[in-house]
Design a protein. Structure first.
Length: 301
């Protein structure tokens, strides 16, 4: 896409799609001005009929310049419990059906060997995602791993290894495929006290999809109680309410050649939630459009 009218980087939101009326939800919020939607599934597809869902979503988006930016399934595909195998199968199914949504990104957690240090998960990561990456490449699909720690650390965790740049080095050394990258957001780095902007500049070439989520860091709490005390030192925030300067984020994305979507990940803000959820999301939508440059103004002839 051209930067004309700013649609080289679209601003959208996440839609929960597992056994819900995703198309109906999309119809309800379309008038607010979202430009893309990422359809998300938690721990597998359940009874969702993707062919039917794709037809319903295409109908909801007919006559609108709006796209499905990504399909995502969040779970642990590296282990062997029944739910883990369902998640692994769901990656295959989403890859095979992405074209029905006009979409070329399938995203989620890498998974990890539960309770083990990150390096010990890398062989299993390669074993599982090597074939998935080839399957995706054959269908013109890219794989994007979210950078959420899910309370895991380098030493132990239950869900995901792709939350640390040292882990990314291991992952992309193991799988150097061009269609394997990241679903990135500044929030997860900020709550680890990592400055997201230098990281973004370094890794922008591997970022395929961006979640619109920010954070508020309570430095006063850190100075008094540290990060392991009883007082929470950070909150996930909807963009526009946290500490991150999204004008700088979007500028770095553009400088790095990123084209795609920033999709707001709602349902986390401690203030703009429940009856204020869509109030916060629409505020974030308009804020991110301003950070993108506001209304497109053509150069004079």
């Amino acid at each position: 896409m051209s930067p004309i009218d700013h649609k080289d980087i679209r601003i959208g939101t996440l839609v929960r799609a597992r056994e819900t009326d995703a198309a109906g939800y999309i119809r309800q919020i379309l008038p607010h001005g979202f430009e893309s939607f990422s359809l998300t599934f938690w721990q597998g597809l359940g009874r969702t009929d993707l062919t039917r869902l794709a037809a319903e979503v295409r109908e909801a988006l007919a006559d609108h310049d709006i796209r499905i930016s990504a399909l995502a399934v969040f779970g642990n595909p590296l282990e062997e419990a029944p739910i883990d195998r369902e998640v692994r199968q769901s990656w295959e199914t989403l890859i095979d059906h992405a074209h029905l949504f006009g979409c070329d990104i399938v995203a989620g957690f890498t998974g990890r060997l539960r309770g083990r240090p990150i390096p010990e998960s890398i062989p299993r990561f390669k074993e599982v995602f090597g074939p998935l990456a080839r399957r995706a490449a054959d269908r013109g699909v890219r794989l994007a791993f979210e950078n959420c720690a899910m309370e895991g650390t380098w030493q132990s965790g239950d869900w995901n290894i792709a939350h640390n740049p040292a882990a990314w080095e291991l992952m992309f050394d193991a799988l150097p495929d061009d269609n394997v990258g990241l679903e990135w957001e500044p929030c997860h780095q900020m709550v680890a006290l990592i400055d997201p902007l230098p990281q973004l500049s370094r890794w922008v070439g591997k970022i395929f999809h961006v979640h619109g989520k920010c954070a508020t860091i309570r430095w006063d709490v850190i100075r008094e109680h540290g990060v392991f005390g009883a007082q929470p030192f950070a909150f996930h925030r909807t963009p526009g309410f946290g500490d991150c300067n999204w004008t700088d984020v979007i500028s770095e994305l553009r400088r790095g050649g990123f084209t795609g979507s920033i999709d707001i990940e709602g349902w986390h803000d401690p203030v703009y939630r429940d009856e204020l959820e869509m109030t916060g999301q629409v505020h974030a939508l308009n804020y991110l459009k301003r950070c993108r440059g506001g209304e497109y103004i053509p150069n004079p002839v």
